[in-house]
Every structure is written in structure tokens, then in C-alpha cells.
Write a protein that binds this ligand. Structure first.
Ligand code: SF4
Length: 148
């Protein structure tokens, strides 16, 4: 086992009452965006919300997470699959990567199949920019269905 990787998670404030069930399950199983940690030890050192549109907490929360040793920040999958998906997600990612020089991963748990199907029907993710943002959590149909 390599040295422990410390991560933080930022969730969409629309889901601020979420207990993190899918995220913690996926982290435990190394599924979705957490598959990059397969075989590695991971510690969650921060968990918070963006504080509501337009994400005022994004500017400050990475600093607090990094003081706890965070090396990677994950945007929760809710930011990708909400209706609508977060319109600021690219801005947030660019900001954190440039301001704090920290790795940012879009997504946490696998995208549930029912959300994937609805967004495909709506054409939400037709813009090319979504491909890279969705890639870590699209996984397989079997895994997506397990997160419905
Ligand atoms: S849509 Fe984006 S900015 Fe708005 S509450 Fe959700 S994560 Fe925050």
C-alpha cells in the first residue's frame, strides 16, 4: 500500500442535506471517479458544499482542505447530474487548478443510470465540453444501474 492520498469533496448546495451515501459507498468500493485510487489508501479530509449559486464557497474551501493535506478535490457527481448540471463547473475547476495548483476531478460516485438516460433524452450533455467532465463517472451500465 502506497502512502495515503488525502482528498476533499465539494458538493452542490442543492443537495446540502445529502448524507453522502453514494459518495462514501463509491469511495469504499473505488468506483466511479474513485477508481483512480484502486489499491491505494485514501483519507477524506474535507467535505462541504459550494454554498449555493454561484458557488461562493469555492473560493475559500480549497485552502481549508489543503491545510488538512488535501491533494485532490472532487466535485460531487450531483454537480454533473443535477437538473440542470452546475453551469459553473468548468469555471470552478479552472479556478482551483490555477489558484491552488491542486488536482480537481469532476465527479465522485458513478452516474446513476436513470440520470444518464434523462440527460441523454434532454440533450443536456451534447456540448463537447461535457465529455471530459463526465468521463470519470460514466463507468459501465451495470455499475450505473447499481447506483439508481
Ligand atoms: S449549481 Fe453549481 S453553483 Fe449552483 S448550487 Fe450547485 S454546485 Fe453550487
Amino acid at each position: 500500500m502506497e502512502s495515503k492520498i488525502k482528498i476533499g469533496i465539494i458538493i452542490c448546495d442543492r443537495y446540502r442535506t445529502c448524507a453522502g451515501g453514494k459518495c462514501f459507498r463509491a469511495l469504499r468500493n473505488r468506483e466511479g471517479a474513485f477508481s483512480i485510487y484502486e489499491g491505494k489508501d485514501v483519507e477524506l479530509v474535507g467535505y462541504t458544499t459550494c454554498d449555493g449559486c454561484p458557488g461562493g464557497n469555492i473560493e475559500y474551501t480549497a485552502d481549508e482542505m489543503m491545510r488538512n493535506g488535501a491533494e485532490v478535490i472532487h466535485f460531487a457527481t450531483g454537480m454533473l447530474v443535477g437538473y440542470p448540471p452546475c453551469p459553473y463547473i468548468e469555471t470552478f475547476k479552472n479556478f482551483l487548478e490555477h489558484r491552488y495548483r491542486i488536482k480537481v476531478v469532476s465527479g465522485t460516485h458513478p452516474i446513476p443510470q436513470k440520470y444518464r438516460d434523462t440527460h441523454f433524452e434532454l440533450g443536456t450533455w451534447n456540448d463537447i465540453k461535457w465529455q471530459a467532465l463526465l468521463e470519470p463517472t460514466m463507468t459501465t451500465e451495470k455499475i450505473r444501474k447499481a447506483y439508481d
